[in-house]
Ligand binder design. Structure first.
Ligand code: NDP
Length: 452
């Protein structure tokens, strides 16, 4: 049987674009790709990229204060949100075009509309056109989840944060994960009065306890009012703003309420359930190590599979799929020791096991260094950096590294290489320090702080 395409990809985000490009450019496949929104997906259009640019924008007031402490005659005179938003939009358009050019140069045919799966080898576009494909790749990502509380429609999600008409004066951020904590810091840095409500005992659940405590304390010291053990019961529109009636009995008014309470896989209406593609309890597409679903011609990568929901992981999954199916190089995406960074202020960079997870497996040495970095200490700031290594007593391997401080994301990327290679504590010790830096602490911590 001949097909219109060797591969049809649904979703033009990080995973789908990578798979399409490699299959077409390196695998010689005839590839079609459908995207209903803007090419580039969540990461580029409404996630990592615009978020990080907002982080940069929000860091300037502190940096300008520090510059003044260093002797510069400067002061921040206010933030021009519409100007920033316009420049941001232009940058996103540039990136979107770069994605389009990449696909075009690889020979991928783009369809700028929604596609659904009709049968194991057939897709239908929103305009009614149908195409057959030997393989179909679902790379539709995820979308924000907002719990169905009364007044939920008064809240915005991260999708809307980049398009606000104006910055609010008072904002409530609900949730304690990556997105909530990052936006709480961004808004705080931009001069917004921020409260963060989180239902659990401490934000950033899943990360090393000491590290997340360090982040939370620093965020609070910088002005984010974190309320743990607090959730919103309902939202009401009142004369003074949006009133959040909380589980602690409080009623507070805000100009903006951002819900960052997790994301769910984008599978609604795709037609997968009719075909017998197995889905998990959150709707995620269940796949094997090769990203193959229960229907052999249909594969899925990225957030829609809810494995590790990070762009670089989706890219690896997409690449591994294309290598396996179109280049004759069987490759499984590696989900072990994936480093990540939370772009809070201060940043949290993390790879491997937390102290708690390692201690549950065996005797563990914990090395920590907490100190005021020279750059901000000079400017009179109290901010402290945390460097932490989690080491197996038995194998001497460094099982985890957790860094809280400026540029923690940059540092953890490099530490992750050593840890991925299986470096021992002694390998770290025999590496000569780079001085004066913050990261030199990683190779100069001689005695364990504790053994757990
Ligand atoms: P997370 O899963 O990280 O956090 C969701 C938060 O919302 C948790 O604090 C959770 O609480 C809370 N929550 C969930 N349901 C409810 C509810 N019904 N009522 C109240 N609170 C609730 O999701 P995010 O939306 O922050 O991020 C989604 C994913 O995107 C992340 O998992 C991450 O993989 C990725 N991401 C990565 C970034 C990075 O690498 N820097 C940045 C942004 C996103 P609880 O802890 O109690 O479950």
């Amino acid at each position: 049987m001949t097909f219109d395409y060797d591969l049809f990809v649904i979703g033009g985000g990080s995973g789908g674009v990578r798979a399409a490009r490699i299959a077409a450019a390196e695998g010689g496949a005839k590839v079609g790709l459908a995207e209903e929104s803007r090419m580039g997906g969540t990461c580029v259009i409404r996630g990592c990229v615009p978020k990080k640019l907002m982080v940069f924008a929000s860091e300037f007031p502190g940096q300008i204060e520090d510059a003044a402490a260093y002797g510069w005659k400067v002061k921040a005179e206010g933030f021009d949100w519409p100007k920033f938003r316009t420049t941001l939009e232009a940058e996103l358009t540039r990136l979107e075009n770069a994605y389009r050019n990449t696909l075009k140069n690889a020979g991928v045919t783009m369809h700028d509309m929604r596609a659904v799966v009709v049968d194991p080898h057939r897709v239908r576009l929103a305009n009614g056109d149908e195409f057959t494909a030997k393989h179909i790749l679902i790379a539709t990502g995820g979308r924000p989840f907002v719990p169905a509380i009364p007044g939920a429609d008064l809240a915005v999600t991260s999708n809307e944060m980049f398009h606000l008409d104006a910055l609010p004066k008072r904002a409530l951020v609900v949730g304690g994960g990556y997105i909530a904590s990052e936006f709480a810091c961004i808004l705080n840095g931009l001069g917004v009065d921020v409260a963060q409500y989180y239902r659990g005992a401490q934000i950033l659940r899943g990360f090393d306890d000491e590290a997340r405590g360090h982040v939370a304390n620093a965020m609070a010291a910088h002005g984010v009012a974190i309320h743990c053990g607090t959730d919103v019961e309902r939202l009401e529109r009142r004369a003074g703003g949006i009133c959040a009636i909380a589980t602690d009995g409080s009623e507070r008014e805000f100009d903006l309420v951002l819900y960052a309470t997790g994301r769910v896989p984008n599978v609604a209406g795709l037609g997968l359930d009719h075909l017998g593609v197995a889905l998990g309890s959150k709707g995620e597409v269940l796949v094997d190590d090769w990203s193959q679903t229960s229907v052999p011609s249909i594969f899925a990568v990225g957030d829609v599979t809810d494995r590790i929901n990070l762009t670089p992981v989706a890219i690896r999954e997409g690449h591994a799929f294309a290598d396996t199916v179109f280049r004759g190089v069987p490759t499984k995406a590696d989900h072990e020791l994936v480093a990540s960074a939370v772009f809070t202020q201060p940043e949290l960079g993390s790879v491997g096991l937390s102290e708690e997870a390692a201690a549950a497996l065996g005797k563990t040495e914990i090395y920590t260094a907490t100190f005021r970095p020279m750059k901000t200490l000079f400017a009179g700031r109290q901010d402290k950096v945390l460097m932490k290594l989690v080491v197996s007593v038995e194998t001497r391997k460094v099982l985890g590294c957790h860094i809280v401080g400026p540029e923690a994301g940059e540092m953890i990327q490099l530490a992750a290489i050593a840890i991925k290679m299986g470096a021992t504590k002694e390998d770290f010790d025999r590496t000569v320090a780079v001085h004066p830096t913050m990261s030199e602490e990683l190779v100069t911590m001689r005695k364990p702080t504790r053994v757990v």
